[in-house]
Every structure is written in C-alpha cells, then in structure tokens.
Write a protein that binds this ligand. Structure first.
Ligand code: PMP
Length: 362
C-alpha cells in the first residue's frame, strides 16, 4: 500500500487534511449552513424536464460562456437587490468556492498578498495556499465587525492585491456597512471581494455591496445558489463585477467548466426564485427567534444576517457539541474558542436544537 506520505506531493501540502465537516446521518443536520427545505415537487419536475432536454445535447460541450444563465442571474440579482446588471457582469462556476478560486488565480499568485479579517470563512487560507498567494489577517473587533480605521491601516501596511470581506461573515453572521466597504475600496490598491454567500438572509436595512458596483471597477461581489436557493448539491456560485473582471477570470477558468446539466438546473431554479424566497423569509424569522432565545438564556450571540447563529461562551465547547450530537443534533465546532455555530433549520429542527441544548446545559 502506497501512503500519501510516500508520494512526491508538494511540500506545503504535507501533513495537511482536506477541508470538510462531518457528514453524519442524524435527525437534525445543522452544521454546514444548508437550506433545510428540499426542492418542491414542482421544482423537481421542472428540473427533471430541463435535465432531460440538456441530456439530448450532451454529446456537445456546454455553452462555454454560459450566456443564457448569466442573463438570468443578472435579472434575478436586479430583482433581489434593485441593482441593474447585465449578463456580461456575471460569471458562474461550480459553487462560489470555485468562483473564489478563479479570482485568486487571476488576481493572486506568487509574490502577491490577500488580506482577510478573522474570524472568517476557513477556506480563504486554502484558496491562498493553492494559488501561492500570501494570506495576512487582522482581527475583527469585539463584536466581530470590521473596523474601517483598522482595515485602512492594515491595507496601507500590507498593500494587498486582494481584500477578502465576507458579508454576512461566516462563522459570525456579521454584516458589513457600505461605509466600511467604501473605506476599503478607497484605500485598497487592488481587488476587493465581498463574499455575499448568505446575502439573501440579510435583515431589513442591511445593504448589499452590489449597490457599489457601478462606481467601483475593482469591486467583486460573490453569491451562491447553495444557501437561499437550497441548491447546495447542484454546485452553482457566481460573481457580479465589471465586465473586465469577468474577462480576467475567463483567462484562468478551465474550458467548459460548467456542465450543461448544471446550467439547466440553475436556470430552472432561478425561474422558481419567488417560491424559494418564501422559504428564505421563514428562515430569517426562525433565525431572529433563535438569536432572541439564545440571548434570553444568557448566551453571547452576535447579530446575524445569515442562516446560522454563533453562540457562546462554553468552557468545553466540544462537550456541548458531543451532547447535542448524542441527542440527534449536529452543529459545528468552529469560530472563536468558546463558541459554537448552529445553522437555522426547519421549525421542527430548531425546536429539537433548543430542547437538546437545554438538556446539555442544564
Ligand atoms: N463563502 C462562504 C462565506 C461560505 O460559508 C461558503 C459555504 N460554506 C461559500 C462561500 C461556498 O459556498 P458554495 O461553494 O457552496 O457556493
């Protein structure tokens, strides 16, 4: 048997483990911020028909530029955010993870630097590692917000080629004010990426950085259909930016990276956007109720604009995590030391989480 260590794998990959959270078959899976609602039967039927149609053409490569899907994404974003966009400003890939990877390939690289604000999404260091981009971080403030003065100071010190900002941030749920994004854009010498994977869950009054696109050609906003659309299994993420950014990413994308089946599934789901938005509204109100419930029990809970909630403080968070798992509730041991993160599930799953937490912390 050959072991991984016996292979001439890159030195910087030695001893590393692949990214991932446990995929366990328990009653309440609240650990990877998925949408708990399976597609409706009407969406299932429309997807099946669209896939059948796409299958008839699978002897050919897919539309390399995904033109029809990009136009549909522009229409959707316009409706969701009120910002007018055109298809040449949109670029899709297999999940926003792949979009970010492509951005790092195009704008990062050896001798280049990306700046992040911790705690934040744990894949950012991996994108940097894969693309030989130096990753530097500065901490968020006590409320997990990005302090614009500290951000500008760090940008002036590190001169990053890419600034990575998540809004709402994972794992804290914290949004970014447009004043912070503007301050970062004014100070940054390179690209500014705002990762809006969870944007559709934002509370009333929380803005989207899409609003700044028209005036900022170095701004990129990424989104995904994995969360609000409940399509994590389909793998479809995308960016919105100036057409020149799309052209840059097209230099590094693999040919025909997005299958005809994926394009057909995504377009069909976009046609069902209104029905899916209703579930988003329910998840937002479940999220707000969960935050209030946890706070009423004395937990520290940062404001959340996402479909998950960070809560603490626990001396032994692993014991809490384990106790919940023993009661059929899987959450995530992530973020700052004394905290845990729970995804918002169906009302029944959230009730199961609350009951299990009461038992475990009793
Ligand atoms: N950004 C953030 C902040 C995330 O939490 C996630 C998913 N966990 C992603 C991007 C990637 O999602 P996907 O590749 O499914 O679009």
């Amino acid at each position: 048997m050959t072991h991984l260590d016996d292979l001439p794998v890159r030195d910087d990959l030695r001893g590393q483990v692949p990214y991932g959270a446990p995929q366990l078959d328990v009653a309440a899976r609240l650990n990877v911020n998925e949408n708990p609602f399976a597609p409706s039967e009407s969406l299932v039927a429309d997807v099946a028909a669209a896939v059948a149609d796409a299958t008839r053409g699978l002897n050919r490569y897919p539309d390399r530029d995904a033109v029809a899907l990009r136009a549909d994404l522009a229409t959707y974003l316009g409706r969701e955010s009120g910002v007018a966009l055109t298809g040449d400003q949109l670029w899709p890939a297999n999940g926003s993870n792949e979009v970010m990877h492509q951005l790092m390939l195009a704008f990062g690289g050896p001798g280049r630097t990306a700046l992040g604000f911790t705690p934040t999404y744990s894949m950012y260091p991996e994108y940097c590692r894969d693309t030989f981009t130096r990753y530097v971080t500065i901490p968020r403030d006590a409320d997990f917000r990005v302090d614009p003065v500290a951000a500008v100071f760090a940008i002036e010190a590190h001169r990053p080629d890419i600034v990575l900002l998540a809004s709402p941030n994972n794992p804290t749920g914290t949004p970014l004010g447009l004043d912070v994004v503007r301050a970062v854009l004014d100070a940054a010498p390179g690209m500014v990426v705002v990762d809006e994977a969870y944007a559709e869950f934002r509370r009333d009054g929380t803005p989207s950085s899409l609003e700044l696109l028209a005036d900022h050609p170095r701004l990129v906003v990424t989104r995904t259909m994995s969360k609000a659309f409940g399509l994590a299994g389909a793998r479809l993420g995308y960016l919105a930016a100036s057409p020149a950014v799309v052209q840059a990413v097209q230099l590094v994308r693999l040919p025909y990276h997005l299958s005809a089946v994926t394009q057909a599934v995504a377009r069909t789901a976009l046609a069902h956007a209104d029905e899916l938005q209703a579930q988003v509204a329910l998840l937002r109100s479940e999220r707000d109720a969960l935050v209030a419930w946890l706070r009423a029990r004395g937990h520290a809970v940062p404001d959340s604009d996402a479909n998950f909630v960070l809560f603490g403080h626990f001396e032994d968070r692993h014991a809490i995590w384990q106790g919940l798992l023993e009661r059929g509730v899987l959450i995530r041991e992530t973020g700052p030391e004394s905290y845990l993160r729970v995804s918002v599930g169906t009302p029944e799953e959230n009730a199961a989480f609350r009951a299990a937490l009461e038992e475990v912390t009793a």
